[in-house]
Design a protein. Structure first.
Length: 665
C-alpha cells in the first residue's frame, strides 16, 4: 500500500502547475469550475425546483458546529438519527427515515458525485472523510433509486469537497480534546492562470472513550482543476487515508455499564485494525451546445484492511482477517434543455457502471501469530444502471419531473475452501419516479412525488457473514408517497415540512432466534418532518427541527410491532449569537425519543436530551474556539439489542470538550 502512495503522490505533483508558489495573492474566492453537485435532479437545480425534501449544510455551518464527523454534522437535521459512541468522531452510523444503520445502510453516499458505499456491507467509513476538506453537504431524503439505483432507498448524501481558490491561501488548524484527542489539518489552495490546485493533509490521534479503543489516522488529499475554456473543464483528484484502531468496543450488558461505561468487551485488549485506502479519479465536463452539456467521471478505489479480532475472552481465540476491496467505476451523463411548444423542458440521460472485487482470508491467530486458514473467498459484484429523467414545465410555476432507471446487478461468490458454497446470483429491477414541483414564489414550493425503490442484499447478507448469511435472500422493494412544502416567509424566516409513507416488501433484518439474515415480509415507514430557520438580525439566528416516525412490521410474527433502534420522535433547537468577526456562541438542544431493542417490543432504549455549546472568536484569518458536547453530562445509550434474555447496549460518552485554533495565511 505504501508503494502505491508514493507513486500516486508523484502523479499528483506532476499535475501541479510549475508556478504554484508564484501565484499572486488575491481574494480567497473559489475558482468556479461548474462542479457537478449531485442533487435531487442529478443536475444543478434550485431548491424550489425539485420534488424532494432537501437540506444543505455549508462550510459556514460546519465551522459553527461542534461536529467531529459527518454523522455528528447531520444529527440536528430532521428525518435523520445518528450516533457515534466514540464521542470523538471515530465511529458513526446514520439512520434516515427509519432505516437503522447497524450492519448495513440504506442511503447512497457520494463524494463529488462518486459512490462511497463499500461493496461488502454498503457501509461508509465516516471517520475517513475529513471535515476540513468539505465545502458543502447536500442531503436528499426519500427514495432516489430512479436516479441513483440500488441502495438509495432512504435517500442520498452528497459531500462536495473544496475547490481551488482564486489567488492563493494556506490554512493550518489544531485542536485538543477529551480522551487525549489531538486533531490537526493544513491546506494550500490557489490558481495559476486557468489551473487551480488544492492540497490538504491532516490527522487525528485519541485514546478513545472506550478502553483499548485507541485510534490514529491521517489523510492526504489533492485536487487539480484545468479550465481550457468556459465550455470545457477537467478535475483530477487523489486521496489517501491511513488509520490504526485498537479494539472494537462492542456493546455491554447493563451490569458491565454500571461497573464501568468505558470498558471494552473482555478479551479484546490486544485487538487492532489497520486500514489503508486510496481514491483517485477524474471528471470531464463540456458544454456541447448552448442547450446541451455532458460529463464523464472515472474513479478507482482500493482499500486494504488487516484485523486481529479476539472472539472469546483469551488470546487463544484471536483471528487474523485480511481483506482487500477494489472498486472501479464510470459515470456518464448528458443533459439537453430546450423549449417544447413554448414550455421549458430538460432531458437527462446517463449510465452508471461499477465493478467491485472483495478478496478475504481469515486465519486462526492465537497471540496474533498466523496459524491455520479458516476462510478464503472472493466476491465480485458488477452493476449497470442506465437512467432517464425528464422535466417539463406544464405552466410557469408548475413542473413535472419523471425518472426511470433499470439496474442489473450480478454477484459471483467463489469459496476457495468449500467449492460447493460458490454461487452466482443475478438481480435486476426497474424503478420509476413521478413528481410535481409548484414554485409559487421565490425560494418557495409545494411538491409531491411517487417513487419505487429497490435494494439488493449486501455481500455479507448473502455470502460472507458465515452461518448468518443467506443465499436465498430477495431484494428489498418499496413504494413511496411524499408531499411537502418549502416556504420562504421573508429574509429572516424560512420553514419546511414533509409527510411520507413508504411500504416495503422483503425488508432484510437479522433474526436473532435463527441467527440468520432473513426477509421480514412487509414493513412500513410513515412519518413527518418539519423545520424552521430564523434570523432575528445579523448577529442572532437559529433553527428548530422536529421528526415523527412510525417504522413497523406489517406482516409475520411481529406484525404491528415497531422496528428496532428507530426513535419515534426526534427534535433539535439551535441558537447562534455573534458576528462573523468577533465573539460567537452557539447552543444546540437535541431530543431523541425512545425506541425498542427487540422485535417483540418488550425492551426499550430510553429517550434522552443533550445540550451542546460552542464559544469562538474570529479576527480576520485567525479563529479560536472552545466546544462542549453533552454539556450536562447525560448518561445514555446510543443503541441496543437482545441476545437471548440478555440486554446489550452501546454506551455513549458523557461530557466531551474540544479546544482549538485555526490560522490562515
Amino acid at each position: 500500500m505504501r508503494k502505491k502512495i508514493i507513486v500516486l503522490l508523484g502523479m499528483l505533483m506532476l499535475l501541479m502547475p510549475k508556478d504554484i508558489y508564484a501565484a499572486e495573492k488575491k481574494d480567497a474566492k473559489q475558482l468556479d469550475l461548474g462542479q457537478i453537485n449531485v442533487t435531487a435532479s442529478r443536475v444543478e437545480r434550485g431548491r424550489s425546483e425539485v420534488s424532494s425534501s432537501v437540506s444543505i449544510i455549508t462550510a459556514k455551518d460546519i465551522k459553527a458546529s461542534n461536529a467531529k464527523s459527518i454523522p455528528d454534522l447531520l444529527k440536528n437535521l430532521e428525518g435523520i438519527y445518528t450516533y457515534d459512541s466514540s464521542g470523538v468522531g471515530t465511529t458513526g452510523r446514520i439512520n434516515m427515515r427509519g432505516f437503522w444503520g447497524g450492519m448495513s445502510t440504506h442511503q447512497v453516499v457520494l463524494i463529488d458525485g462518486i459512490p462511497q458505499n463499500k461493496g461488502n456491507d454498503k457501509l461508509v467509513d465516516w471517520d475517513l472523510i475529513a471535515l476540513d476538506n468539505i465545502e458543502k453537504v447536500e442531503v436528499v431524503r426519500g427514495p432516489a433509486c430512479a436516479l441513483y439505483g440500488d441502495n438509495a432507498m432512504s435517500g442520498v448524501i452528497n459531500i462536495i469537497t473544496k475547490n481551488p481558490r482564486l489567488g492563493s491561501q494556506t490554512k493550518a488548524a489544531y485542536s485538543y480534546g477529551s480522551f487525549e484527542t489531538h486533531t490537526w489539518a493544513a491546506s494550500a489552495s490557489g490558481t495559476v492562470a486557468d489551473t487551480g490546485y488544492y492540497l490538504g493533509l491532516g490527522g487525528k490521534a485519541t485514546e478513545g472513550f472506550r478502553r483499548h479503543n485507541d485510534y490514529e489516522a491521517y489523510h492526504i488529499n489533492g485536487k487539480v482543476n484545468f479550465v481550457d475554456e468556459e465550455s470545457r473543464k477537467l478535475s483530477v483528484f487523489l486521496d489517501y487515508r491511513d488509520r490504526e484502531i485498537g479494539a472494537h468496543p462492542w456493546a455491554l450488558t447493563e451490569a458491565q455499564i454500571a461497573q464501568d461505561r468505558r470498558q471494552a468487551r473482555p478479551g479484546s485488549e490486544s485487538d487492532k485494525t489497520e486500514t489503508g485506502r486510496i481514491d483517485l479519479g477524474a471528471t470531464y465536463r463540456a458544454d456541447i451546445t448552448e442547450a446541451a452539456e455532458a460529463d464523464a467521471t472515472a474513479y478507482y478505489r482500493s482499500q486494504e484492511e488487516r484485523v486481529f479480532y479476539t472472539s472469546g475472552a483469551s488470546v487463544a481465540t484471536t483471528k487474523e482477517q485480511l481483506e482487500e476491496e477494489n472498486t472501479a467505476g464510470l459515470l456518464l451523463r448528458a443533459t439537453v434543455n430546450n423549449d417544447f411548444f413554448n414550455r421549458q423542458n430538460s432531458l437527462t440521460a446517463g449510465v452508471d457502471l461499477e465493478s467491485n472485487d472483495v478478496d478475504y482470508e481469515e486465519y486462526a491467530a492465537p497471540a496474533q501469530v498466523q496459524a491455520a486458514i479458516s476462510q478464503d473467498y472472493r466476491v465480485k459484484r458488477t452493476s449497470v444502471g442506465p437512467y432517464l429523467q425528464y422535466e417539463l414545465e406544464l405552466f410557469e410555476p408548475l413542473k413535472l419531473i419523471t425518472g426511470l432507471r433499470h439496474d442489473d446487478v450480478k454477484f459471483d461468490f467463489t469459496d476457495y475452501r468449500a467449492a460447493a458454497n460458490s454461487k452466482k446470483v443475478d438481480m435486476s429491477k426497474t424503478t420509476p419516479k413521478y413528481g410535481l414541483a409548484y414554485s409559487y414564489q421565490e425560494e418557495s414550493n409545494l411538491y409531491f412525488n411517487y417513487a419505487k425503490a429497490f435494494r439488493t442484499p449486501t455481500l455479507g447478507h448473502l455470502f460472507t457473514y458465515g452461518t448468518s448469511s443467506n443465499f436465498d435472500l430477495e431484494p428489498e422493494k418499496a413504494i413511496s408517497y411524499e408531499a411537502g412544502i418549502y416556504h420562504r416567509i421573508n429574509d429572516y424566516l424560512k420553514a419546511n415540512a414533509a409527510v411520507y409513507w413508504m411500504d416495503l416488501d422483503n425488508e432484510i433484518w437479522y433474526d436473532s432466534s435463527a441467527k440468520q439474515y432473513k426477509n421480514y415480509g412487509e414493513t412500513s415507514h410513515k412519518g413527518a418532518d418539519a423545520g424552521v430557520q430564523f434570523k432575528i438580525d445579523d448577529g442572532l439566528g437559529g433553527f428548530l427541527n422536529y421528526s415523527w416516525l412510525r417504522a413497523k412490521n406489517e406482516s409475520g410474527t411481529y406484525e404491528d410491532n415497531y422496528l428496532t433502534n428507530v426513535p419515534k420522535q426526534k427534535g433539535s433547537l439551535g441558537i447562534n449569537l455573534g458576528k462573523e468577526l468577533g465573539w460567537q456562541t452557539s447552543w444546540v438542544l437535541n431530543y431523541n425519543g425512545a425506541s425498542y431493542i427487540d422485535s417483540a417490543n418488550n425492551n426499550r432504549l430510553t429517550r434522552y436530551i443533550t445540550v451542546d455549546a460552542k464559544l469562538g472568536y474570529q479576527q480576520e484569518s485567525r479563529r479560536l474556539f472552545f466546544e462542549i458536547s453533552n454539556l450536562f453530562d447525560k448518561k445514555y445509550n446510543s443503541y441496543g439489542f437482545m441476545s437471548g434474555t440478555t440486554k446489550y447496549f452501546n454506551p455513549a460518552p458523557g461530557r466531551v470538550f474540544n479546544v482549538g485554533i485555526e490560522v490562515g495565511f
